[in-house]
Design a binder for this molecule. Structure first.
Ligand SMILES: [Zn+2]
Length: 312
């Protein structure tokens, strides 16, 4: 499951000699991307999946609806240990014209220590934080927006514009949040407010159909959080970057009827996930999932009431 680390180290060695020159290149030549990072062209977009590391999720979060035998079976397939299963954090780095766009910025120093590797891996690719022009939040959970500020409160990506769903902004920045919402969400709200308010002079709130750049548009997929968004990129078959609308390729393609423990509105999340998978199978959309097995790029093929994940 963690072969990707090996790839990164190999890449680091390969790039060591040329990295200074590459980092200095203003025009970002296409070959700054190392071959061992998963990279593909999609229409007008050049997409590289960069790992932020991984996080551990406990069984009761991953599989709240599973019976004991099913739970054991899925945990085995996930390679889970006693504390739970390690799930990847796949961050798309997208080049479009002069823009260098991140979809989410990972955990930074604000979540589990096995994550927060994005900025180092970008460095391996010869990309410095100053070169990122846009950061789009699918949602503002700590493993997605936690790298907005450094440990001393500075912006990690100082030249980026930020994008977040209007409903996501409204939910987490509610002044009455603690009075209105359950205690289990209060810690999440503190982190979300830290990340959103740090960029409040440079954040753009978006809705269904809004474009981040031409050909990259917002698809609202509420439920995991109230303002969760996915991103649809035009190409031969469109690419849908799903964020946490479907948190596991291993579990939810096989069981699209099951809930996920960290969804804020579990029924809305279930409906969004089912709609997304149904549409992906019908329209043969290419998918890119945040917590899916690296690089998390593939298709949903219908199998009766369920789906098979077919790696691209
Ligand atoms: Zn997540």
């Amino acid at each position: 499951m963690f072969d990707f680390d090996t790839n990164v180290h190999a890449t680091r060695r390969q790039l060591l000699a040329g990295s200074a020159a590459v980092a200095a290149a203003m025009a970002l030549p296409r070959d700054v991307f190392a071959a061992s990072f998963h990279r593909f062209e999609h229409g007008a977009f050049d997409v590289t999946v960069v790992s932020d590391g991984f996080i551990i999720l406990p069984p009761e979060v991953l599989l709240p609806d599973a019976g004991p035998e099913e739970r054991a079976d899925f945990l085995k397939r996930l390679g889970a240990g006693e504390k739970g299963a390690a799930v990847q954090a796949n961050i798309p780095l997208i080049r479009h014209g002069e823009d260098l766009i991140l979809i989410d910025n990972g955990s930074g120093t604000n979540f589990q220590p096995t994550a927060g590797k994005l900025v180092g891996n970008l460095g391996t690719l010869g990309i410095s934080p100053e070169q990122i022009t846009k950061v789009v939040f699918t949602h503002v959970h700590p493993d997605h927006s936690g790298a907005t500020t450094t440990i001393d409160g500075k912006l990690l990506y100082p030249n980026a514009r930020y994008y977040v769903g209007q409903a996501e902004w409204d939910f987490w920045t509610d002044k009455e949040f603690e009075a209105r919402r359950p205690a289990g969400l209060h810690g999440f709200a503190k982190g979300a407010q830290r990340d959103l308010f740090a960029v409040d002079d440079r954040i753009i709130r978006v809705r269904e159909g809004d474009e981040i750049v031409p050909g990259m548009s917002v698809v609202e997929t509420p439920g995991h959080t109230p303002g969760h968004i996915s991103l649809e990129l035009e190409g031969r078959d469109n690419l849908l970057i799903t964020g946490d609308a479907c948190t596991s390729d291993t579990i939810f393609f096989a069981r699209p009827d099951w809930h996920f423990g960290f969804d804020t509105d579990t029924e809305a999340a279930l409906a969004s996930r089912q709609k997304l998978l149904d549409r992906a199978a019908s329209e043969k959309l290419k998918l890119l999932g945040y917590h899916w097995t690296y690089p998390g790029v593939g298709y949903a093929e219908r199998r009766g009431d369920a789906y098979k994940f077919v790696s691209a």
